[in-house]
Design a protein around this ligand. Structure first.
Ligand SMILES: Cc1cc2nc3c(=O)[nH]c(=O)nc-3n(C[C@H](O)[C@H](O)[C@H](O)COP(=O)(O)OP(=O)(O)OC[C@H]3O[C@@H](n4cnc5c(N)ncnc54)[C@H](O)[C@@H]3O)c2cc1C
Length: 454
């Protein structure tokens, strides 16, 4: 039997999240065979982890046009475009039907552990570009497999690698031995066990993004019902005009409202704020924890800590490939300047595609949440456009690959962790904030009023 030529091999997509599945849909419409490898047991495994969180984007902005095209003949209809799904809705009403339609093109319980050029480690040049990729995977029963791929599109997200409590980006002293009291996710207070964990307790919330806002709002709701429940909001920076996000000026009203709910929690006294606090260590004091800052400040003992300091990409299984990544954001080099929260507001995150997402190693792409590295501003809509452009390029349709079909509008106020880190800078307005949106044409039904999730 003759071995398949590289062009006949599947394109391996890592992850059956929103962007991985959309990528598979685009590949199918382009006549290219996808194989989606998903570590978890179902579509949207990461999204299901935050099933209880309501998206700040409506349905119109979280489904992909190619996926809709494939789904339409099955009788699937998009839920009301103007309503806001929870993570659970997103997974059950869109991602799983899409994955079911793809059938055996999606493999569950398949964790990718490595990607390399077949027979070539990172330093070998000879014949490199002509070689297919070898994708190493581990199944749920611990079996190891190798799959040969024409190209690899890594849509594995960043959900499994949350940022730590330590202000320097590394775990705080003793953080790893206090994980019985430290969580790294927005709590699901509808779960009785989780609710009991925070009821009547003092909980430190560390972080300054949408997840921190959501958590402060949830804990404030709990405090209204359960005496003694209190949040201590810990910020590396000071409280300034941008602290609570864009508010009413945010073109994603639901996201703007999150910041306003956090503000209300503080103003009502359900959450107190600690500013300019750079956590260095966590110490046990009886049954409680004490957070210690780099400047020696010690907070009053708290019962629980929720760390929401963002996510970072797991690049370990790509170490044999020649990636071009920005040293700060860990995003593709050409993309990083477009999404850098130190320079750009969410509104100036320009639509981008294969050109910005290419690496020195041809045929490997990071897409979706992972493509943004540590930048907190990724939106599903951006990922769908990435998928469209990359798959067009793989199909040899360079004109379509380079055409940008997305408008990214403005947010009210943005503040990247870098720009606003210093407490004394808290009053500064954002770099390039509220700049006019790009005016390119969007390729899906509703106008894309989405902007980055600062
Ligand atoms: C709480 C929350 C709310 C959000 N709200 C919005 C919103 O309102 N609007 C919006 O546009 N965006 C929102 N986002 C941002 C973004 O759209 C989502 O995070 C989205 O899920 C990203 O999709 P993804 O496919 O890139 O990654 P993910 O959804 O993280 O999917 C990655 C998949 O890869 C799998 N995987 C990971 N590692 C491996 C491996 N080694 N091998 C095989 N499989 C692997 C995972 O199990 C997972 O299923 C939100 C994000 C969060 C966390």
């Amino acid at each position: 039997m003759t071995a398949p030529t590289t062009d006949q091999l599947p394109v391996v997509v890592i992850g059956a999240g929103p962007i991985g599945l959309a990528t598979a849909a685009h590949l199918i419409l382009r006549g290219i065979e996808p194989l989606v490898l998903e570590a978890g047991p179902s579509a949207g495994t990461a999204v299901r982890d935050w099933a209880h969180v309501r998206l700040f984007s409506p349905w119109a902005e979280v489904t992909d046009p190619a996926a809709e095209k494939l789904l339409a003949p099955t009788g699937w209809t998009r839920p009301d475009a103007a309503t806001y799904p929870t993570g659970g809705d997103w997974a059950e009403r869109y991602l799983q039907p899409l994955a079911d339609l793809l059938g055996d093109k999606v493999r569950y319980g398949a964790t990718v552990t490595g990607v390399a050029r077949a027979g070539r480690d990172r330093i070998v040049d000879a014949g490199r570009d002509e070689q297919p990729f070898t994708v190493h995977l581990r199944t749920t029963v611990g079996r190891e497999e190798r799959i040969t791929a024409r190209a690899v599109i890594d849509a594995s997200g960043t959900w499994s690698t949350p940022g730590p409590l330590g202000a320097d980006g590394l775990p705080a002293l003793h953080e790893k031995t206090a994980t019985d009291r430290i969580a790294y996710r927005v709590p699901d207070l509808n779960d009785p066990a989780v609710r009991a964990r925070y009821t009547g307790r003092r909980t430190a919330v560390v972080g300054s993004g949408a997840s921190a806002f959501t958590t402060l709002a949830l804990l404030a709701d709990l405090a209204k019902e359960e005496n003694g429940t209190h949040a201590v909001w810990i910020l590396r920076r000071g409280i300034g005009t941008n602290t609570y996000g864009g508010g009413d000026a945010d073109q994603l009203p639901a996201r703007g409202a999150l910041g306003l709910r956090a503000k209300a929690a503080v103003e009502a006294g359900h959450a107190s704020t600690v500013t300019g606090f750079r956590t260095q260590a966590v110490e046990r004091e009886g049954d409680q924890l004490v957070l210690v800052a780099e400047d020696g400040r010690r907070l009053d003992p708290i019962d629980e800590v929720i760390v929401l300091t963002g996510f970072r990409p797991d690049l370990s299984f790509l170490s044999e490939l020649r990636l071009g990544l920005d040293e700060r954001l860990q995003a593709p080099t050409a993309l990083a300047p477009l999404i850098d929260p130190n320079v750009h507001s969410c509104g100036t995150v320009y639509p981008h595609g294969v050109n910005e997402l290419s690496h020195p190693e041809q045929g490997i792409y990071l897409v979706g949440m992972k493509s943004y590295g540590r930048a907190p501003t990724f939106l599903a809509l951006t990922g769908y456009e990435q998928a469209r452009s990359i798959t067009a390029a793989l199909a040899g349709d360079q004109e379509a690959a380079e055409r940008v079909e997305l408008t990214l509008p403005d947010t009210g106020v943005c503040g990247g962790a870098g720009l606003f880190d210093e407490p004394e800078n808290a009053q500064r307005s954002g770099g390039g904030c509220c700049a006019a949106p790009s005016t390119l044409q969007i390729g899906i039904g509703a106008p894309a009023t989405a902007s980055g999730g600062c």
